[in-house]
Design a protein around this ligand. Sequence first.
Ligand SMILES: [Zn+2]
Length: 161
Amino acid sequence: MLSSLPLRIGYGEDAHRLAPGRPLILGGVPVPHAERGAVAHSDGDAVMHAVADALLSGLALGDIGQYFPDTDPQWAGLDSRDILRRVLDLIRERGYEPVNVALVVTLDRPKLGPLRAEIARSVAALLALPESEVGVSFKTSEGLAPDHVQVRVTALLGRDG
Ligand SMILES: [Zn+2]
């Protein structure tokens, strides 16, 4: 029975416009020397938002917009790590844990290579995974979207027992 396979794949993506005078936070890690940051209702952490959506989608639970609507003042300035923690609770209530995640960040500037290990560690810690289960790739838009940060994430979820 295919439906009894204890594995589910999820996919999520998120994008934010960049503007001066805002912090740029990716995967819970503040990006130093970022001239611009994400315009957002929360802290604009596109990695956290895309990972959370990937986990929800793996269990067909919708998306974070349903749980944390940006029209609701109680989520203004929210630390996006809290979004991911709440989404993890929803996954675990259904008997699932993340197995591994792979994320791709598209950003033209600044270069993120020096932050790869720190972002992987930060996301892994939140998901209670070894760092080796969090793949972090960086791309540029080749100038096609210089005013955006975009993140795409696949996640594998496994059922306990
Ligand atoms: Zn977002």
